[in-house]
Design a protein around this ligand. Structure first.
Ligand code: G3P
Ligand code: MG
Length: 359
C-alpha cells in the first residue's frame, strides 16, 4: 500500500522535520532490536497505526532487496515499514542500470546479491558464487572449505537464464559490484583479481583495461552482535586493493557509495519530501517553487562518527546529527574528530529529544 492509501484519512499539521535512522548499532545489533528501538519507532505513528512523522532507514548494510528488508524490519520492530523507507548501501547501484543493463556483471557479498541487482533491472548478473563455479579449480582452497563442499551448487532460474544469454567462459565481465560484505574473502579476492587484471576474463592474459568496480559502502568497521566492532566492506576493500596493487602494474580503481557521501543525504531528503507530500497530500510549495524541500530540520541518528555524523555534517543544512552510544561509538563525551550536534545513550533518547523539541 502507498503512503497516500495508508494516510488518506489522516491530515495532521504538516511536520517540518524528518528522521533518518541508521540500522546497525542504532536500531539493531545483528537481528536484535536495541536501545528501545521498537518503542521509539511506535512514537512516530498515530494510535490508528498511520504514520505521523516522515522517517526512513539509511543504512550502509544490505544484501537483500529493499522490499524484503522492509518486511524483515517490520517483523523485528513491530511497525509497518514500506520499501520506500529503506535505503541500503547498494540502493544507488540502481542508477547504473542503463550503463550495464545487458552486460555481464558480477555481484559479490552475503545474502542475495544477484537478486538485489536483478530487482534493479540488471539483466545479466551472476553472483560471484555462481560465476566461480563455472571455472574449474579457480579457488584451490575450496576443497578445504567445509561450507563450500556441503553446499550443492543450486543455481536458481535467473542465473540459468543469464547463462543461456551469456557464455560465462568466453564473455568478459563488464563490471563488478560489491553489494554486501564478502563471505569468503580469499575466494572473492582471488576471483576479483582474476576479473580485474585480465579485462574481465579469468585465466586469460593480463590487460591494461580494468573493468569498473563498485562498492556499496566503505565502512572499515560496524557494530554487530559481538561486543567489539567487526570488519566491514571498507576492510575488504583495503585487503583487495593491497593484493591487487602488488600483483598488477596499475593501481586499483573503484567507486564507493553509501554514507558519508553527500549524495546519500540528498537522496534521503528527496525521499522524505516525497513521503511528506504523498502521505499527507500536501503540496510542497516554497516561494512559488514546487519541489523545494519543506523541512526545517532533518535528524540523522547514527552510531558511527566517521560515517553517520561526518555524512550529516558534510550534508549541512537542514541536517542535525545525533550520535548514540549503542554501537561503534562508546565514548563518554562527544567524538573529538567528528563531533555530533547531540550525543545520547540510545535511539529512544534521541527520538524523545526530537519529539520534545519539535512538538
Ligand atoms: O554492513 C553493515 C554496516 O556496514 C553498517 O550498517 O546500518 O550501521 O549503516 P549501518
Ligand atoms: Mg551503524
Amino acid at each position: 500500500r502507498s503512503f497516500s492509501q495508508l494516510h488518506s484519512q489522516y491530515q495532521p499539521e504538516r511536520p517540518s522535520f524528518g528522521i533518518a535512522f541508521d540500522i546497525d548499532g542504532v536500531i539493531l545489533r545483528g537481528r536484535t532490536p536495541i536501545g528501545g528501538s521498537p518503542q521509539a519507532l511506535r512514537k512516530l505513528y498515530a494510535d490508528s497505526g498511520t504514520l505521523k512523522i516522515p522517517f526512513l532507514f539509511l543504512t550502509n548494510g544490505g544484501g537483500i532487496p529493499e522490499s524484503k528488508r522492509a518486511s524483515e524490519l517490520s517483523k523485528l520492530l513491530g511497525v509497518n515499514i514500506l520499501p520506500s523507507q529503506v535505503v541500503q548501501g547498494h540502493s544507488p547501484f540502481r542508477s547504473l542500470v542503463n550503463r550495464y543493463e545487458n552486460e555481464l556483471v558480477i555481484a559479490v557479498g552475503k545474502g542475495e546479491p544477484a537478486a538485489v541487482m536483478s530487482e534493479y533491472g540488471f539483466k545479466n548478473v551472476l553472483s560471484i558464487d555462481d560465476y566461480s563455479s563455472y571455472f574449474c579449480n579457480i579457488d584451490p582452497l575450496s576443497r578445504y572449505k567445509s561450507w563450500a563442499i556441503k553446499q550443492e551448487v543450486n543455481k536458481n532460474s535467473t542465473s540459468k537464464e543469464v547463462t543461456r544469454r551469456c557464455n560465462v567462459l568466453s564473455d568478459r565481465v563488464q563490471a563488478a559490484f560489491v553489494v554486501s560484505d564478502s563471505v569468503d574473502w580469499s575466494r572473492d579476492i582471488q576471483v576479483l583479481c582474476d576479473i580485474l587484471t585480465t579485462g574481465g576474463l579469468p585465466g586469460t592474459e593480463r590487460s591494461n583495461h580494468q573493468p569498473p568496480l563498485y562498492f556499496a559502502n566503505d565502512d572499515l568497521e560496524y557494530q554487530a552482535e559481538f561486543p567489539s566492532e567487526r570488519l566491514g566492506m571498507g576492510a575488504f576493500r583495503i585487503a583487495l586493493e593491497a593484493v591487487f596493487n602488488r600483483i598488477h602494474h596499475s593501481t586499483l580503481e573503484y567507486t564507493s557509495f553509501g554514507k558519508p557521501n553527500p549524495s546519500v543525504f540528498k537522496n534521503a531528503e528527496e525521499i522524505l519530501r516525497l513521503q511528506l507530500s504523498s502521505y499527507c497530500n500536501y503540496q510542497i510549495v516554497n516561494n512559488g517553487n514546487t519541489g523545494s524541500h519543506p523541512f526545517k530540520t532533518l535528524y540523522m541518528i547514527g552510531d558511527n562518527p566517521s560515517v553517520d555524523i561526518k555524512g550529516a555534517k558534510q550534508a549541512g543544512h537542514p541536517w542535525f546529527s545525533i550520535l548514540t552510544r549503542t554501537g561503534v561509538f562508546k565514548g563518554k563525551e562527544n567524538h573529538p574528530e567528528f563531533p555530533a550536534d547531540l550525543v545520547v545513550d540510545t535511539v529512544q533518547e534521541a527520538v524523545d529529544y526530537i519529539l520534545e523539541n519539535e512538538c
